[in-house]
Design a protein around this ligand. Sequence first.
Ligand code: SAH
Ligand code: SF4
Ligand code: F3S
Length: 456
Amino acid sequence: MQQAYCAEIRALNAQREPVPTAYVDTYGCQQNEADSELLRGMLTEMGYEIVDTDQGADVIVINTCAIREHAEQRVLGNVGALVHGKRRKPSQIICLCGCMAREQHVADRLRQSYRHVDLVFGPQVLWRFPELLRRVILRRGRVFETQDVPGAIAEGLPVRRSGKVKAWVSIMYGCNNFCTYCIVPYVRGRERSREPEAILAEIRQLVEQGYRDITLLGQNVNSYGKDLGEDIDFPDLLERAAAIPGEFLLRFMTSHPKDATEKLFDVMARCEKVAPVIHLPFQSGNTRVLTAMNRRYTREQYLEKVHALRARIPDVVLTSDVIVGFPGETTAEFEDTLSLIEEVRFDALFTFIYSPRKGTPAAQLPDPMSKEEKSANFDRLVEAQNRISLEKHRAYIGTVQHCLVDGVSEDPRNNLNARTPGGRLVHLSGDASLVGQFVDVEIVDCSTWALFGEKR
Ligand code: SAH
Ligand code: SF4
Ligand code: F3S
């Protein structure tokens, strides 16, 4: 059905001179990056040339994120600014999709105050983009497709990948966990898993095409398969993916600690193609706060998981997410977060100050701590983690790492970027033809954020 819409728009575009262009801008997580690759695939199918600026583009798509207030403000500011380009080019079609499109207050505001936006649609109906765009083109009216519908899984959508070495593969969509601070379950809908055969076929094809670094994506990959009729869970899927012939590494994100099992850690330890790295968000080191967040594990249970993992893979790279200033969190409770990071010593941490999201339970809680106090706690956390990250990076100096060269950089002294098996960034110099190859790199220097190496 969507193919017919694509063909219809392609026929219209084929008569246009010059070839019409489309620009896709992405905010938010890797799931959104992956969705944007599908949007670009569909636009290419429809006869648009993909460009990397909104200036003068015939179609602009803004794929948005609703995770924190700041992200939303940035999107609304940038979408507001598009009005000038549209004045210069009234035929331009401006689309807004992604997680913000599913928030009622955002949809209302777009409808009333952002009249230059032509099409608004939520993540559950992403696959219907050709049909919705056609409606805008043929009727020249505004289209809002933002209501709550059960998300379907459309297989076989065209995809236009941004890289040649690294690729994303969504294995499931949505989230059922309802952490009390989080908007994702409301905007992305319920968990739905792709069929394993479709996922494995996609990975096989990627490996054949030369992709070397493949990341399996889901809000909580550890609940993969629970909604399928078959007897398969995430570790099973990972093991089957790792059995695909070829030289490549598999990564995955994100893992909810409550569902990260010893079976998963065993598969990670057993399968050489599964990279020795896990992103395991802990959010808080205090059990009362974890309970208020509805995370469904305690501080001790989290630490046990880390212990069980390190018992199997001692040098596993561990990264995590933390929220500072959850409503009602005291500074004494925050100290438990600090002590947890000192105990675990993560390789890297993504730190966030709590941002109230309309419609989530936490947004109703009393939140007495001042902004200043939250910022002071946040700064202490960042400082402690920076010290730990630097110490962990220093320990790499003098070692040789089997790295995948995954891109070129702007820095003329270190013109290549590479990743250790655990995913740490390495800068080195070498021939650009090394991109896409695994090479041995001796680590000679480091910063808080990256390692510096020389090809052996
Ligand atoms: N599904 C992933 C997280 C996706 S959101 C998981 O459960 O691990 C990425 C991170 O954003 C979360 O881990 C959390 O640390 C942060 N986050 C989510 N909602 C937030 C909010 N309302 N305020 C601040 N940070 C938030
Ligand atoms: Fe949000 Fe929690 Fe779901 Fe992650 S697991 S997306 S933090 S509700
Ligand atoms: Fe943002 Fe949606 Fe991802 S809210 S973090 S883009 S799932």
